[in-house]
Design a protein around this ligand. Structure first.
Ligand code: ADP
Length: 631
């Protein structure tokens, strides 16, 4: 006698949602059913060791049986099976915790969550109009047949089944052309093979299917020979689960290239297993080169997530911090369950812990590489330095302490990268700051007038040639309690007492001239000063504290940054011939000072790599002066 029972209310709601959501990832039902089968085999195996009633099977296996004639797909296992009570409580109920949250997501059509966490047995109804579960438990005298159309009821009946285990048969829904749902594809060998490779390759038990092999006939006119053969569709042992010392580099490289579609071998591999409070294995790769979209918002970071060898999610973002977004690879954790019925927040907490472990691990590996294999680290750094520097700057410097030792810079004295620590180790005692200068490249920086004083002091200056550098340094502010200082910004501190005094006196002596210059340039610069940092060059532009000239250039390329302006200060070299000429002009013909001031300003702009604001005006001024000088 078949007993008809009602699904528990929550389950009903979930079923309805499942059935009615046209869900693009409905293929995951197979992963769910195989994962249940694998768990059931685990259970049988464990129980067989301690319970007399539970016999061991000769071979544990999962069988997939597509039947095109009857439009059914069967998943058979020789796991633990279910008793009547289990059928009722397990398949008639969805466990309490987590399911509510899950349903809320489903209602909001946030269906990506299904891909993230297992939805279990119910997912069968996404592709099936009727589901049969034929099962036999070692704890029950009779085999049972559960069946349901996924509406509000299911029935349980007695049936015949010799072996212990479960056989789940899905009657696939009719194809739905309107919504382009082709359920019959799940009966095709190639679809099944593909799905098992994709989702269940590393399930520990063999997943088998009878496949058709075609052998072309060598005789004309004779039909090709087809034979049936049983094939195992999954490879079962994930490479990351094998003992590390038994895995060849080449195997890891091949695995990386196949899984992550790269032509190159990875630059670096990190394979780590953690056991204890948190148990997981991670296999991480640093690609040799950033992918084409790496520096765009199209790029998606993340690691593949497995739970005990069962694929859960392609790119889990939470496992990788933004500053290590170059990482590819996977995490396999026994602490994560496919089961949505467990507290989902807890999943997240576990993931967060794993993520934080991994971040530390990667940082340590990179520091080790920097120390022991600088050539490789240089290659890494050339490829990914922008992302590290951006990481220092991002979130108001929340991660700067983690990242600062990974940074390196070239300097006016070194074409090899130096770490900040190395820079400080060779810094002379009397040098109070970490100096830096910004520009397009080394040549341009070396020709900056502001470098004059640095050169004469023989100080080492970090070359900031990446756009992000100055933004990063604002946040970094100091390293090992030594502050950063731009040679192009603010007051120069490279003067000794005597030089300072001399400069102050000159400022006084020439205050009238400076005032006139300032008046003439009042729309262009904030101040005109005599310079202490120039030796050979006649003029330079420096910025006040705050926004630097380099930052202004970067910001001007962004729509919202265009209005941000640096404070410009024109500095004139009091020891230069040109200044003497200026003094003379001022004495003889003060009206002319305006022309000179304008030319000086334009000259300074040119040296700084700025476009000339008004080329015509500048050209006319130059012509005028050239003509006059020959009169
Ligand atoms: P779970 O994530 O817990 O597996 P499911 O909804 O997929 O959630 O399954 C509910 C329960 O039904 C399982 O925990 C298990 O006890 C039982 N079950 C499902 N499939 C099988 C199977 N093939 N063999 C034995 N028990 C099963």
């Amino acid at each position: 006698m078949a007993k008809t029972k009602e699904f528990q209310t929550e389950s009903k709601k979930l079923l309805n949602l499942m059935i009615n959501s046209i869900y693009t990832h409905n293929e995951i039902f197979l992963r769910e059913l195989i994962s249940n089968a694998s768990d059931a085999i685990d259970k049988r195996h464990h129980l067989s060791l301690v319970e007399e009633k539970v016999p061991k099977a000769d071979n544990y296996e999962i069988f997939i049986i597509p039947d095109k004639e009857n439009r059914t797909l069967t998943i058979r296992d020789n796991g633990i099976g279910m008793t009547e009570e289990e059928l009722t409580t397990q398949l008639g109920t969805i466990a309490e915790s987590g399911s509510k949250a899950f349903m809320e997501k489903l209602e909001k059509k946030d269906i990506d969550i299904i891909g993230q966490f297992g939805v279990g047995f119910y997912s069968a109804f996404m592709v099936a109009s009727r589901v049969f579960v034929k099962t036999r438990s070692p704890f029950s005298d009779t085999a049972l047949l559960w069946q349901s159309e996924g509406e509000s009821t299911y029935s349980i009946d007695e049936t015949k089944k010799e072996d212990i285990g479960t056989e789940i048969t899905l009657v696939l829904r009719e194809d739905d052309e309107e919504n382009e749902e082709d359920y019959s594809t799940f009966l095709e060998e190639h679809t099944i093979k593909r799905l098992i490779k994709k989702y269940s390759d590393y399930v520990r038990y063999p997943i088998k299917m009878e496949v058709t092999k075609t052998e072309p006939s060598d005789k004309d006119g004779e039909e090709d020979k087809t034979t049936k053969e049983i094939e195992t569709l999954n490879s079962q042992i994930p490479i990351w689960k094998r003992p590390k010392n038994e895995i060849k580099d080449e195997e890891l490289n091949d695995f990386y290239k196949r899984e992550f579609n790269d032509f190159d071998d990875p630059l670096h591999v990190i394979h780590t297993s953690v056991e204890g409070m948190l148990t997981y294995t991670a296999l991480l790769f640093i690609p040799k080169k950033p992918s084409q979209d790496f520096y765009t918002d199209k790029f998606e970071k993340g690691l593949t997530l497995y739970s005990k060898g069962v694929f859960i999610q392609e790119k889990n973002k939470d496992l990788v911090p933004e500053h290590f977004r170059f990482l590819r690879g996977l995490v396999d954790s026994a602490d994560l369950s496919l089961n949505i019925s467990r507290e989902m927040l807890q999943h997240n907490r576990q993931l967060k812990k794993i993520a934080s472990h991994l971040e530390k691990k990667v940082k340590n590996e990179l520091e080790k590489m920097q120390k022991n294999d600088r050539e490789k680290y240089n290659e890494f750094y050339d490829a990914y330095r922008h992302i590290l520097k951006y990481g220092v700057y991002d979130q108001f410097g929340a991660n700067k302490d983690k990242l600062k030792d990974l940074l390196m810079f070239k300097t006016n004295k070194s074409d090899d990268y130096l770490t900040l620590k190395e820079y400080l180790e060779r810094k002379p005692e009397e040098q109070k700051h970490i100096y830096y200068a910004s520009g397009k490249n080394k040549d341009q920086i070396m020709n900056l007038p502001q470098m004059d004083a640095v050169k004469s002091k023989d100080f080492e200056v970090l070359l900031f040639t990446d756009e992000v550098d100055e933004f990063m340094v604002q946040i970094l502010a100091e390293y090992d309690e030594v502050s950063f200082k731009s040679v192009q910004q603010g007051e120069s501190d490279l003067l000794d007492e005597e030089e300072k005094k001399k400069l102050e006196e000159s400022e006084k002596d020439y205050s009238k001239l400076l005032k006139t210059l300032k008046k003439n340039l009042k729309d262009k610069v904030k101040d005109v000063k005599l310079s202490g940092r120039l030796k050979e060059s006649p003029v330079c532009l420096v910025s006040g504290e705050g926004l630097s000239l380099e930052m202004e250039k970067v910001l001007s390329q962004m729509p919202e940054g265009a209005q941000m302006k640096a404070e410009k200060i024109l500095e004139i070299n009091p020891d230069h011939e040109l200044f003497k000429a200026l003094k003379n002009v001022h004495e003889i013909n003060p009206k002319k000072v305006g022309d000179y001031a304008n030319l000086l300003y334009h000259q300074a702009l040119l040296i700084e790599g700025y476009p000339i604001e008004n080329p015509r005006e500048m050209s006319e001024l130059m012509t005028k002066l050239m003509v006059e000088s020959t009169k």
